[in-house]
Design a protein around this ligand. Structure first.
Ligand code: TPP
Ligand code: MG
Length: 352
């Protein structure tokens, strides 16, 4: 049973990422440019969302993914269109890179009827069946058994598709995480469990909630192949997911991957961030996933600085259009309030 882990993580702050030199030449010019474009779209979309939140155009919850972009971009490049995706509430970036119209995501953040969930879900509940993105879940850890269930359905229906199930480091403290891992391994479900370990659950560091700070070792309890990955490095993420996907598609079952990453912004929109130092944030910014890709592209002469600026300019236009679309859309009609709601007609309190 191959369970490889990275040992020796810090007990105090977030787990430090390690740089490893793998075969970077494996990837084509097109892949690097796609990563650059995808991650830049996520970054600029999120920066704009933060700004709009400040202007009270967006209200309620809003959790930004800035710093964690490689976790979504590297996984998406390693998988196939038919694979399914599920994550927690930090959920704008995954559908953006999967191809959801940024205008529809922005409209959802605005609570407009043209949003991905008709303006009824908001930031934490983006959902887009067309790109196989099954949400957007606000209850910490709730998506983990759902992800296993989606994988069960794929196996039951005899497809070769898998389910990519992302979660935060806080989710691994939930019983549901352990129950899902146990059954997924027992039934050899085609699921890849990904812990996006950004070091903190709100303001609580991993080491304050567990003696085990190397989260990838948690898979060992279920004999699940598991490993830690530098989540600031898109190539490393791609390689790890590619390997796990091969296992899932060949019927060998799930993998647990711990992506060691970092969020540059606060947990949600109002977070005084007293639990970490400015120096710590700066240290991670030095490993910025987009800057790593930019530097490789320039070094390998895959594109000039000017060509990259053009990509950035096109993204700026896309985001401007997304905001205009959201601004010009209507709020849902009040008559919509009781539609699209799950109702169990014989539930006791409804029949009383
Ligand atoms: C079951 C449950 N408990 C508590 C909360 C409140 N809560 C919202 S986000 C969060 C932190 C989760 O952190 P993590 O899983 O590391 O994800 P991150 O925000 O870092 O992406 C908590 C405790 C919740 N939404 N659900
Ligand atoms: Mg976290």
């Amino acid at each position: 049973m191959a369970t490889s882990t990275t040992k020796g993580s810090s007990k105090k702050g977030p787990t430090t990422n390690r740089k490893t030199n793998t075969t970077k030449s494996k990837f084509s010019k097109e892949t690097y440019l796609k990563w650059f474009e995808d991650m830049m779209l996520m970054r600029r979309f999120e920066e704009k969302s933060g700004q709009l939140y400040g202007q009270q155009k967006i209200r309620g919850f809003c959790h930004l993914y800035i710093g964690q972009e490689a976790c979504a971009a590297g996984a998406i490049s390693a998988l196939q269109k038919e694979d399914k995706w599920i994550t927690a509430y930090r959920d704008h970036a995954h559908p953006l890179a999967l191809g959801t119209d940024p205008g529809k995501i922005m409209a959802e953040l605005y609570g407009k009827e043209t949003g991905t969930t008709k303006g009824k879900g908001g930031s934490m509940h983006i959902f887009d069946k067309d790109v196989n993105f099954i949400g957007g879940h606000g209850i910490v850890g709730a998506q983990v058994p759902l992800g296993a269930g989606i994988a069960f359905a794929e196996k039951y229906n005899g497809t070769k598709n898998l389910c990519m199930c992302h979660m935060g480091d806080g989710a691994v403290r939930q019983g549901a995480f352990h129950e899902a891992l146990n059954l997924a391994m027992t039934w050899k479900l085609p699921v890849i469990f990904v812990i996006e370990n950004n070091g903190y659950a709100m303001g609580t560091s991993v080491s304050r909630t567990s003696n085990v700070t190397d989260l990838s070792v948690l898979g060992a309890a279920y004999e699940m192949p598991s490993r830690a990955v530098d989540g600031m490095n898109v190539e490393e993420v791609h390689l790890a997911v590619e390997e796990a996907a091969k296992r899932a598609r060949s019927g060998e079952g799930p993998t647990l991957l711990e992506f060691r990453t970092y969020r540059y912004k606060g947990h949600s929109m109002s977070d005084p961030q007293k639990y970490r130092t400015k120096e710590e944030v700066e240290e991670y910014k030095q490993q910025d996933p987009i800057e790593q890709v930019r530097s490789t592209i320039l070094k390998k002469k895959y594109a000039t600085e000017e060509a990259l600026s053009q990509i950035e300019a096109a993204i700026k236009v896309k985001i401007k259009e997304a905001v205009e679309f959201a601004e010009n859309s209507n709020y849902p009609d009040p008559s919509e309030a009781l539609t699209d709601i799950y109702e169990q007609k014989d539930f006791p309190i409804l029949t009383e």
